[in-house]
Design a protein around this ligand. Structure first.
Ligand code: RP5
Length: 195
């Protein structure tokens, strides 16, 4: 059953090789939705639905899609099959649900012949596929570029405070995360502001 993120025309086309890929690949849709970018998600296997997949790739640009994301496991040829029939950027997500834990999908997705590229993210890296698609779209969309920059700033802060927590410099006191001075817990309280 196709899923789309609203009534606006989709800018990102997300394909998976099987319904069994959906639990991982839905993360793509969640990230794109958080950034307000319309997308569609469909199941279309390079091997089980070759005609449908070819048709999708050939019509994607004409339908207004700007980036394609393809997630597949095992002999993962979906991203490559799309890339073969469109000049839209194609991002591949190798999936791990196989006895080879995704190494098979990684190699099948990444080893494309010269002239027909697929940008490949980590095994099960659905979120990064979405962020990369957003970065491509942001080349022509200043508002989206600013949103991405602010998201990155948020990441910086989040990970700094996790580091501080590990060193005991941040504690949770009365439900608030606070910064402590001194080397040990119980040191003088510098700030009770929520971090
Ligand atoms: C691939 O084979 C799919 O992308 C999926 O990751 C894997 C297994 O598919 P199912 O047999 O679960 O449909 O083509």
């Amino acid at each position: 059953m196709p899923v789309d993120s609203g009534k606006r025309k989709p800018l990102v086309g997300v394909l998976t090789g099987s319904e069994s890929d959906l639990p991982v690949m839905r993360a793509v849709m969640e990230v794109l939705k958080d950034f307000g970018v319309p997308a569609e998600l469909k199941v279309s296997s390079a091997h089980r639905h070759p005609e449908r997949t070819l048709d999708y790739a050939q019509n994607a640009r004409g339908r207004g899609l700007k980036v394609l994301i393809a997630g597949a496991g095992m002999a993962a040829h979906l991203a490559g099959a799309l890339a073969a029939s469109t000049v839209l950027p194609v991002i591949g997500v190798p999936l791990s649900g196989s006895p080879l834990s995704g190494l098979d999908a990684l190699l099948s997705t990444v080893q494309m012949p010269s002239g027909v590229p697929v940008a490949v993210v980590a095994v099960d890296g659905a979120k990064n596929a979405a962020y990369l698609a957003l970065e491509i779209l942001a080349l022509g969309d200043e508002k989206l570029a600013l949103k991405l920059a602010s998201f990155r700033e948020g990441l910086k802060k989040k990970f700094v405070s996790i580091d501080l927590e590990a060193t005991g410099k941040i504690k949770t006191l009365s439900g608030k995360r606070v910064r402590l001075s001194g080397k040990k817990a119980g040191g003088r309280l510098l700030s009770a502001a929520r971090l």
